[in-house]
Design a protein around this ligand. Sequence first.
Ligand code: 9D3
Length: 234
Amino acid sequence: MRIDVLTIFPQLFEPFLRAGILGHAIAEGLVAVSVRDLRDWTHDRHRSVDDAPYGGGPGMVMRPEPLVAAIEALAGPRSSQRRALVVLLSPQGQRLDQAGLGALAEREQLVLVCGRYEGVDQRAIELAVDLELSIGDYVLSGGEVPAMAVIEGVARLLPGAVGNPESIRGDSFATGILGGPQYTRPPVFRGLAVPEVLVSGNHAAVAEWRAERARDITRRRRPDLLAALGEEES
Ligand code: 9D3
């Protein structure tokens, strides 16, 4: 898979792309990530990417010319033959979830467009963007952190990225249920012991205990997840 990122803050991505599972997936050639500075598609002396909103109001709006030129350079014009999926990270987008990440992971090329300021000129969206995504109902300052969330979430779904594929199938939002408590050594820490069943060596009892704890914590913290699975789960 190939991912192009369009941003006015390319330096934000450098350490991120080197670390952990994602850094490893890139080093292994499972995914190629290219971060591009949107200002490279400006032509004025100040390399300006924003301007005042028509109709007045606070803040600035991203100008359409550099955005559309950059997107078309990376993905070609918006058409039925376009191979890349062009995604604008936007508070107005549809909310990303694990199923959405799964669909993105099937594409051969993604172009992730990071908005800044109050937003993006609507004509650029209409002309060049295929999909708008939000990562949740809270306010950030731009699409860079959301783009990183997409890259990290997609990369670990690529075959071979995660050492043990079991850990992907078992992911909370793949199973629709939260994970339960985890323990490692030492057996007693500040007077708190690891639950007896986990050191019992009884694998069936361990599995049953974990399933119970997971169902319990999901029922208390995220009843919406159980409801989505169908009420027979509770
Ligand atoms: C008019 C009020 N806001 C629109 C909902 C203004 C505004 C808030 C935040 C405009 C831009 C932004 C910057 N945020 C993003 O670009 C963004 C974002 C987010 O803030 N939260 C969750 N997901 C995303 S994806 C992109």
